[in-house]
Design a protein around this ligand. Structure first.
Ligand code: ZN
Length: 559
């Protein structure tokens, strides 16, 4: 911790601030601007209209993106933001011109609804026809000895928390490539629709085509395969690549000059398909917060605020990277980036293969690098009825990645229902009441950040990318077994625990056994050659290279 605050003083300050705050302002702003869920919902509907519906819909690298940017710009202006502007940047456009998956059936070729993974090669020579092989979830064990060379590999997908594949799909894809497959089809085991996503191979076009299909198509393919016959699939994917101009939309609110810091509120406005929850809802929240703060008296805003609708999240965070590059000289002044993504999701769960509405908000995740904001947001979520919540420890998702990578404190809560990234993500699965609750949490957090002293949020943050301040790990401790070893028989040492001011200890652990031998790693073994007293020393480092040392004496007896 910096600024010479002892742990006790800091502790009391933190709690004084937390409790001073937990009796928050009323639901209405000082001049009557409320966080109106119905108005946010109306914006969700308007943006969803721009997105369109079905597999061809979506605010992607297309003309709909331009329309959406203009819509958001007007909303920011009407909200009363200052300096409203568009900022454009070059980005790579990958676009599926046509795609088709079909299988031979007794009545002829049968087309299966599909959607291509972005950033893959098209099918060479127009189309490919090949035998289909099933590899389960595509783990290395399931691939086993199956011959997939020249074939189309069918992989099953299960989601957990409604958005994460239950296995490493990228790994399955890479295994298929390595083993010479000609294409991959990913079958959803829960949602009866193809889904939109990209292959996360950094900055490269993935070498073979990959398409997603929905649950009933997947079951149909499995059914054909189970009859023991060879199933032939025909795949056609034609893609275009080129340059494209992406656009972020920004507006500002100057603070009262009290604290020279910036609060950035942002969220992506690109969508795969209709995208009501991902992310028309977050943009609606962003616009509502802009309206709210432009109506609060400037005297109450101790920091400057930037509101930014980001473009290109679904296609590798193009707008996010542009923002941090363009404002690189001001990044150190950003007290917090608040991500508005995945707002307002009604709860849906799978009951024995049927998805039903639960009547509750969907599970909300809290993603933040700041432990104080974590505690505060948990309390606020309970207060506004947003339970149940889970905490995604150590991983930063959604629009936060690039900001996090730049060392900026980040915060976001959000929930995805099972229809995430499919054309079934439509407005009626978003609730005005949940939008309002989510906006209330963000408003209270922004007010709290405004009320803290300069550098407070930044210096209590745990973003490991921010250096310094850094203290070495403390209270490093290790275990040595057995405690009274004999010459020639092994002893084991392993890291017990250590605290660190940053989140991560590295695996940079070295051992010195005191007899001229050393070892590396969290666990090590050694056998002494002669009796005596030896000093065993462990050195443990964190990801910044700060180190702590612990040692123990060990008496080694003759056999
Ligand atoms: Zn999103």
């Amino acid at each position: 911790m910096s600024a010479g605050l002892g742990p006790k003083a800091l502790f009391s300050l933190v709690f004084a601030l937390l409790f001073a705050f937990l009796e928050p302002a009323s639901a209405q702003g000082p001049q009557g601007e409320s966080l109106n869920g119905d108005r946010m919902y109306a914006i969700v509907e308007e943006l969803a209209k721009i997105s369109g519906s079905g597999l061809d819909s979506g605010i992607r690298v297309n003309e709909r993106a331009q329309k959406a940017a203009e819509f958001i710009m007007r909303q920011f202006q009407e909200a009363g933001l200052e300096n409203v502007r568009m900022e454009s940047f070059e980005m790579m456009r990958w676009w599926p011109v046509e795609w088709k998956v079909s299988i031979s059936a007794p009545e002829g070729q049968k087309v299966i609804p599909s959607f291509p993974f972005w950033y893959t090669q098209g099918t060479p020579g127009g189309e490919i026809q090949a035998e289909l092989v099933y590899v389960g979830y595509g783990t290395p064990g399931e691939f086993g000895d199956i011959d997939v060379k020249g074939k189309v590999v069918l992989v099953a997908m299960r989601r957990f928390l409604h958005f994460r594949e239950s296995h490493r799909f990228t790994q399955a894809y890479e295994t298929a490539v390595k083993k010479g497959a000609s294409a991959v089809i990913l079958g959803d085991t829960l949602i009866d629709s193809p889904s939109g996503r990209f292959l996360g191979l950094p900055n490269a076009i993935a070498p073979i085509p990959c398409l997603s299909i929905g649950k009933s198509s997947f079951e149909q393919l499995l059914n054909s395969l189970s009859k023991g016959k060879s199933v032939k699939v025909t795949l056609n994917l034609k893609v275009e690549t080129g340059a494209w101009k992406g656009t972020n939309v920004l507006g500002e609110l100057a603070g009262n000059g009290e604290v020279d810091e910036i609060i950035v509120v942002g969220g992506h406005y690109d969508t795969w398909f209709t995208g009501a929850n991902d992310n028309c809802s977050g943009v609606a929240g962003l616009i509502q917060l802009a309206r709210y703060y432009s109506k609060t008296p400037k005297s109450s805003r101790n920091r400057n605020m930037i509101f930014v609708a980001l473009f290109g999240h679904e296609f590798r965070d193009f707008g996010h990277r542009h923002f941090v590059a363009r404002y690189k000289d001001s990044l150190d002044k950003i007290a917090l980036f608040l991500d508005c993504d995945h707002w307002g999701a009604k709860g849906y769960e799978d009951f024995d293969g049927v998805i039903r509405e639960t009547g509750y908000p969907d599970k909300q995740g809290i993603f933040t690098t700041n432990p104080l904001l974590f505690s505060l947001s948990k309390a606020l979520m309970v207060k506004y009825g947003l339970l149940p919540a889970f905490y995604w420890e150590g991983e930063i998702l959604a629009d936060m990645r690039e900001f996090h990578a730049s060392g900026i404190p980040v915060f976001g809560i959000g929930a995805v229902h099972p229809f995430y990234h499919t054309p079934l993500d439509t407005p009626h699965k978003v609730s005005p009441r949940i939008l309002e609750a989510q906006a209330s949490v963000y408003r209270d957090i922004i007010d709290w950040v405004h009320s803290t002293p300069q550098r407070f949020v930044i210096s209590t943050d745990k973003n490991p990318k921010r250096t310094p301040p850094n203290e070495p790990p403390r209270e490093a401790h290790f275990v040595l077994l057995p405690e009274a070893p004999v010459v020639g028989s092994p002893i084991w040492v392993y890291l017990g625990f250590a605290y660190d001011d940053h989140v991560l200890l590295s695996s940079d652990i070295t051992w010195d056994f005191g007899d001229g031998t050393t070892a590396k790693g969290p666990i090590a073994a050694h056998a002494y050659e002669s009796p005596g007293v030896y000093k065993v020393t462990m050195t443990v480092g964190d990801i910044h290279g700060a180190k702590a040392v612990a040692s123990k004496e060990v008496q080694v007896r003759a056999p």
